[in-house]
Design a protein around this ligand. Sequence first.
Ligand code: ZN
Length: 302
Amino acid sequence: MKKSMKQNTISRSLCILSKVCLVLPLAIFFFASCGSKKKVENKTIMVSIEPLRYVTEYLTRGNFKVETITPREASPETYAPTPQQIEAIAECTAFVRVGSLGFENTQIRKVTDNSPHLYIINAAANTKQLPMCDHDHGDQHHGGEDPHIWMSPQNMKIIALNIYKQLCLLDAQNADVYKSRLLAFSKEMNVLDSLTQQRLDSIKNEAFLINHPALGHYACHYNLLQISMEHDGKEPSPRQLQKLLERCKEHGVKTIFAQEQHSDKGVKRVAEELGLEVHYINPLSYDWKEEMERITQILLQK
Ligand SMILES: [Zn+2]
C-alpha cells in the first residue's frame, strides 16, 4: 500500500516536471517572439530603383508599403544612400535589389549582412544576362554583365516571379492574391512583348545612339543595335566622339536617346552633326510600361 502511494507521488512529480519542461521552453519562445514582433509588423519593402517599385506594388496591392532608394534625378550607378535610408533598410521587412548596382554591393551589403531578419530578394535571379560593353557601373563584382535587366518585358516577368515567391513566404495568408496578381502581370508582359515585337519588326537590325547604355536588353530582345556614347562610364574624348560619329553614319542612325540621369553633352553634339533630335527618356521611371511604349514609339517616328 505504502509502496503504491510512493509510486504515485513519484509519477505525479515526474508528470509535473515533464509539464514544466514542456511549458517553459514554449513560454520562453512566446516571450522571445513578442520581443521581435516590432520587426515583423514593420511591413515595408525597400527597392533599389523605381521600376522595381512598379512591379512590387503591382503584386502587393497595398499590403506592403514600398519605398525606393534611388531618387528620380540620381543615377543608381553612382548614388550613395543617405544615413536615414540605411537605417530604414535595417528596419524594413524585405529589400529588393537589382543585384549588380554599386551601392547594393557596398553600403547596403554591410546593413543586410548584419540584419538576419531582413529578406533579400534578388530581382535578377534567373533573368537573361547580357555582357556589358564599354560601361562601368561602379561595381567590381558583377562580372561585366549589363545591369539594366528591367528593360525587357520577359525579364520583368522573371523579376515578378522572384518577388512573388518571397511575398508568399512573408505573407502566406495572401498567397492566392499574390498568385492572381502575378498571373495578371505575366499576361500584361506577354501582350506588351508581342506588340513591341510586331511594331519593331519593320526596323529590325537598325541602330540607335544613347548617352548611357540602358537599353542593351531592349535592343538585344528586339534585334536592334545600341551604340553607347559612354566609354567605361565616362564621356568620350574628342577622338572617341569622332569615331562614334562615323559609326553612327555607317549604321544610318536615325534615333538618338538621352537618359535623363546622365550627361547629354556628347549626344547633343552628334545630333547637331547628323541633323537629328535628342529624345529624353527615363528607364528608371515608376511608369515603366508607359516608358517602354514611349521608347518604341520614338524609334518608329522618323
Ligand atoms: Zn545604367
